[in-house]
Write a new protein. Structure first.
Length: 230
């Protein structure tokens, strides 16, 4: 299938190869763009240099890409998935990778270790109260740095050549300008995105596990079942 994947510009580098591995082609559409908050980036890098954190949690690949070149020494570092880990490792930063693809997996991953620990959170300027509350409830000390903003492009998504569209975040769905079609298969990368879509009146046919690969595997299972029914 030809899949339109919602991405921030520059985050789609490996998408084509990853989709091809599952027998699909893809291209990127951009409901959002990023605005880097340079003062916040500098403040976070300086705080890391001063040793103010016991752990840093990178919740997506973009803050890792932005910050990794500025970090000379780091405490314990956790990445939310392999793409985020790859950005850190490119700059020589060793990290652990969560077994799941959601920020809700972070506190269970650390377990009792988190008690009394200062956790640095370089993130987008998007609220994530459940993560902050979970860290605090577990005895950790969250310090959030909103390093970039997500700004709507306000451009209609080019879906003329697409057989499917994959929304990769709740925000990318909420801010997208697009026209559904009966022949357009609509997919959510994970359950949080699916929930936002259903609240907006869109029922995704495919819901992944939070990763591109997991979504593509689910898509192939779905297509196999459709063939059997037919």
């Amino acid at each position: 299938m030809k899949i339109a994947v919602t991405r921030l510009a520059g985050k789609e580098v490996r998408d084509a190869a990853r989709c091809a591995a599952f027998g699909h082609a893809c291209y990127s559409v951009h409901p959002l763009r990023s605005e880097i908050q340079t003062e916040v980036v500098s403040a976070f890098a300086e705080a890391v240099e001063r040793g103010e954190f016991d752990c840093i949690f990178f919740t997506s690949a973009l803050p890792a890409k932005i910050l990794a070149p500025h970090l000379k020494k780091t405490p314990r570092v956790i990445a939310i998935g392999p793409e985020t880990a790859r950005e850190l490792e490119r700059c020589g930063i060793a990290c652990e990778t969560l077994p799941g693809f959601y920020s809700r997996d972070f506190v269970p991953f650390l377990g009792d270790w988190i008690k009394g620990k200062k956790i640095g959170l370089p993130r987008a300027d998007v609220p994530n109260a459940p993560l902050i509350d979970a860290i605090a409830h577990a005895g950790g000390i969250p310090r959030e740095f909103r390093c970039y903003r997500l700004v709507p492009t306000n451009e209609p998504l080019d879906l003329d050549k697409a057989e499917a569209i994959l929304f990769t975040s709740a925000m990318s769905y909420k801010k997208a300008i697009w026209t559904p079609r009966p022949d357009l298969l609509v997919m959510a990368i994970g359950d949080m995105t699916a929930e936002a879509m259903m609240c907006g009146g869109t029922l995704p046919a495919i819901v992944g596990d939070g990763s591109l690969e997991g979504t593509l595997a689910t898509l192939n299972e779905y297509r196999g079942k459709i063939r059997i029914i037919r």
